[in-house]
Design a protein around this ligand. Sequence first.
Ligand code: EPU
Length: 350
Amino acid sequence: MITEQNVPLQPHNTFGIVARARLLVRVASTADVLAVLADPALAPEPKFVLGGGSNIVLTGDVRPVVLKVEIMGRRLVADTPRAWIVEAGAGEPWHGFVGWTLDQGLPGLENLALIPGTVGASPVQNIGAYGVELQDRFDSLDAVDLQTGREFTLDAAQCAFGYRDSVFKHTAAQAGDLGLAGRALITRVRFRLPKPWKPVLGYLDLERKMAETGVREPSARQIYDWICAIRSAKLPDPRVIGNAGSFFKNPTVTPEQCSDIIAREPGIVHYPMPDGSIKLAAGWLIDACGWKGKTVGNAGVYEKQALVLVNRGGTAHPATGGEVMTLAGAIQTSVYERFGIRLEPEPVVV
Ligand code: EPU
């Protein structure tokens, strides 16, 4: 367990926002987490769990003790006739973990390649891309309750996954016993990769790749390569342009609301969901309001994908969290005024 004071957080958030942590503790094992909770000075303090910092907007210095999760390790836990079970430490970078599974000949996570962040953060927002959500490959996770020091394991049902949502995004006050926001530190996550492997190719961008290349039966490695190419072409690399991925969730509306909007806006991009609701492309809504490429202070809307807000000031003159939130608020207002739809931010605002 290593404790540091007055730590710059700019290298620890993919937006590249400048802020400081009063106290930052690097935790490399469950024992480290338990040591923090047993420490007389640290135990009573509020805690903030930091993974790869790829889904947060820092709006000021962080007063709670920052627990930087650096629990590593990857292994095949079980090889059964129906699935491979793989496990990774919460501090493992997600994309590296996906590559490792493929190197081991364990397919199933390839559609989730190149998502920034750590393994421990992946269940929090139930990451998803190109037709696969984390919940489709999730087995279970281990965590520590930061209030009681109790270690516990949750299965998928207990995580209450939803679209970019889980039990880890809700406080107990909002969700009763189900809320674990600010309370759980995830230490390890296990994934269930079903056998036989079946490619997930239904997404339009992947269909285009198949048509372009003539490859009709791609391997998991081929899909991984395609996903990396698709994402790189559309999304900014956080190492080059600070960002937190999609800034808003894609909103859902009723079929009636959707017909009403289509009558006014025939071009609106929408997808029917299995539960009968309709999902609208938030990127399209923002784009339609003319935001693509716009800038407020040093915060901007990415030129190639209006759903992504970016830091235009680099590391020298980075956007502040306030500028990012002002821009986000202006976008929400204009989308609401034009479409009557309230966009909900995806990252956690700290
Ligand atoms: N669109 C526009 N203008 C834009 C952006 C998008 O018209 O500026 C249209 C596109 O033409 C497309 C539709 O909106 O028809 C949807 O766009 P895209 O396929 O890029 O997907 P998305 O809905 O914007 C979601 C996820 C991404 C994920 C992709 C692929 C959310 C909030 N975002 O984006 O996840 O990679 O699908 O599955 O669900 C993330 O969460 O950080 C993230 C990047």
